[in-house]
Design a protein around this ligand. Structure first.
Ligand code: 5CU
Length: 371
């Protein structure tokens, strides 16, 4: 196919059934009404008045309109945080099944991308990974996704069953995900404890700009330390926000592991090696940052330790995204700065060829998700 696609792999939704769930709640996370306007309250420390929320979060026509406005051909939508984290295991399992079936319908009945074999919409599903859940129930949920042909992955927060994603009890879940060939989109929600942000009112800036990416960084470092990527070489982990601080801290992480009597023998390889085993969204907002991430990913083969794995350009593991419907323009402009900045970042990434840029804009997503 000669047409060059723009594929958005980081784009969220609250399905109507999920929005109803949030409306029925009196505690965070919730949707409340203030002066006749619905408000979303999901972040710890967020004022109880929250922020405006509307059809861009749940109406498929709004998603398609947004895609058309920005020239996006295909979106791989994922449920927005905090997923099912706040539910006990049994209601979470039931909501998961119902919501995943809604998501399949949302994607399956979306328009065809004209002149191609692609739908406009594909999905990444919920998993019932909540405190107290049984891992077998999670595995059954993963297996059930095989019946939903437009679901190409899952989105996963970092809390696991209460002990994080490096909890050894979760190994069967990772094995099932690897066997199913599903992309696992690792995405933050909790950030860092609100106390680290100080007493000044700075809106959501610090939790979103720093807390979110650092949560992802910590979760992935813990997975590297457990040796998960050694056990499951085919697991497809896609990291939100370009892997957070992992690329810039990976040599420090490697050095700390190498000098630690407890941890030094755990991962089979130097920590930097594992960067080349994962994928990264290109939601970094700047060309130099993207080029830097690619360079740390591409050099990973150098750290295989067997002299057999080649270095690559790293761009083959970056995939473009928007984070829609978050970060809408403050003045209601039609073109969203959060989209155009991420497009410009790819366009201007220093040293990238046109072929590499096309890959990041869409080709890599077609390959990774098997569209
Ligand atoms: O603006 C926000 O709060 C968010 C969020 O909660 N989740 C996300 O993916 N992006 C931005």
């Amino acid at each position: 196919m000669s047409r060059k696609l723009l594929v958005d792999i980081h784009t969220h939704l609250y399905l109507p059934r999920y929005a109803q769930l949030l409306r029925a709640r009196s505690q965070i996370p919730r949707i409340t009404t203030l002066n006749g306007e619905e408000r979303l309250v999901i972040l710890a420390g967020e004022a109880s008045t929250g922020r405006p929320v509307g059809p861009s979060y749940w109406d498929r026509n709004e998603k398609l309109r947004f895609m058309d406005t920005h020239g996006i051909d295909v979106s791989i939508v994922s449920p927005a945080n905090p997923w099912l984290d706040f539910l006990p295991p049994a209601p979470a399992a039931q909501a998961c099944e119902e919501l995943n079936s809604d998501l399949e319908e949302y994607c399956a009945t979306s328009p065809q991308l004209e002149g191609t074999r692609f739908k406009r919409l594909y999905g990444m599903a919920y998993l019932p990974v909540v405190p107290g859940a049984e891992v077998d129930a999670v595995c059954r949920s993963v297996e059930s996704l095989g019946k939903l042909p437009h679901i190409k992955g899952v989105i996963l927060g970092t809390q696991g069953l209460g002990q994080g994603l490096d909890d050894p009890v979760l190994l069967p879940m990772w094995e099932t995900l690897a066997r199913a060939g599903l992309v696992v989109f690792l995405h933050p929600h909790y950030g860092m404890p609100p106390s680290v942000w100080g007493a000044q009112e700075n809106g959501h800036v610090l939790p979103l700009a720093l807390g979110f990416p650092f949560e992802t960084t910590t979760a992935v470092a813990r997975l590297i330390l457990t040796g998960l990527l050694d056990k499951l070489p085919t697991l497809k982990l896609l990291l939100a926000h370009s892997g957070g601080a992992l690329p810039v801290l990976s040599s420090r992480l490697a050095s700390c592991i190498a000098h630690d009597p407890v941890a030094s023998s755990r991962p089979q390889h130097d920590a930097r090696y594992y960067l080349g085993r994962m994928w990264y969204d290109a939601v970094a907002y700047g060309p130099e940052e993207l080029a830097f991430v690619a360079s740390t990913v591409g050099r990973a083969g150098r750290y295989a330790g067997n002299g057999k794995e080649p270095e690559t350009r790293g761009t083959e593991r970056l995939l473009w995204g928007t984070d829609h419907p978050f970060f809408p323009p403050l003045k209601g402009e039609a073109m969203w700065m959060s989209v155009t900045e991420n497009l410009d970042a790819v366009k201007n990434a220093p040293g990238w060829s046109e072929v590499e840029k096309e890959g990041v804009r869409g080709g890599n997503a077609v390959d990774l998700f098997g569209l």
